[in-house]
Design a protein around this ligand. Sequence first.
Ligand code: PLP
Length: 345
Amino acid sequence: IWALALPTVCHLDPVFGEVMDETAELLRRTFRTANRATLPVSATGSGGMDALVVNFVAPGDRVVVGVNGLFGERMADAMERAGAHVVRVDGEWGRAIPPERLIDAAADGLDAMFVVHGETSTGVCQPLDGLAEACRERDALLLVDCVTSLAGQPLDLDAAGVDAAFSGTQKCLNCPPGLAPFTAGERAIAKLRAREDRPRSWYFDLSLVLGYWDGESGRAYHHTAPINMVYALREALRIVQEEGLEARWERHARAHEALRAALAELGLERLAPDGEQLHPLLAVRVPEGVDEAAVRRRLLLEHHIEISGGLGPLAGRIWRIGVMGIGAAEEPQRRLVEALGTLLE
Ligand SMILES: *Cc1c(COP(=O)(O)O)cnc(C)c1O
């Protein structure tokens, strides 16, 4: 909060330039990447998605998209709008997509593959094993949504061979919404440079945005960065470093397992099978005969605790509980379990 309230300086002030450099460096550490093109896009997580699509997918590209939840569905939509030939690999909502299925879909050639690492609509973590190799063999890019997994679920972007990825500030980074952490490696940048057409969005054109964000390019005016949001993100990323990225991953894992165990005693079973769970989001099945919306309403109005319902085919069938940032701790969970226990009785 105090970071947000720091004085707003000019977006071209050299002092702000230092804040930008520090924020970019902290983002590299959080993504575990050496990518020079790492910055917060001035938009929410969905803007990061659009930035990924317009820069790295050209009309006519063949793109394999894993769809096992709302955010995969959205990406398939965004890719189609960008003129891509989308090859969907549909998976059950609530399960990970076996990487072999994605690799098989790439057999006929592809320009890019996209998966959602942390599918917030189902609480499932998508394994990335073998995807980067399959993409590289065919000179294609591996693109990833890590909005909910960044700083909450083990993810080493460079080791996984991810070419470009985006995230959001308001999930495990514990910051207000408004920026989309974004990173792109050399293969992705090379593809962008080699494109014959220009990205269809002026605002999200990474070449222009980097002219402002990359200090060595001289910081030409492109748009006015949301100065105070960048202060806030820098502070949130410093807090991640203070805790330690791995310690933070472990805290999210422990909190997830503790909540899962406590809810199991109330008869609530996790949707994701063992090994496919996304620690920052626990989705549990609603017991037969329970009016799930009424329970959520009473949780909010009487206990001031907000959890979410299911989306798409899971509407009315699951509850989605955030285990993100400061929510990945004993105290809020104890209150939730107690309140849910009372309401279910
Ligand atoms: C929240 C979320 C988004 C969208 O982010 P906004 O900040 O709401 O625009 C995209 N992908 C996933 C997996 C998310 O959880």
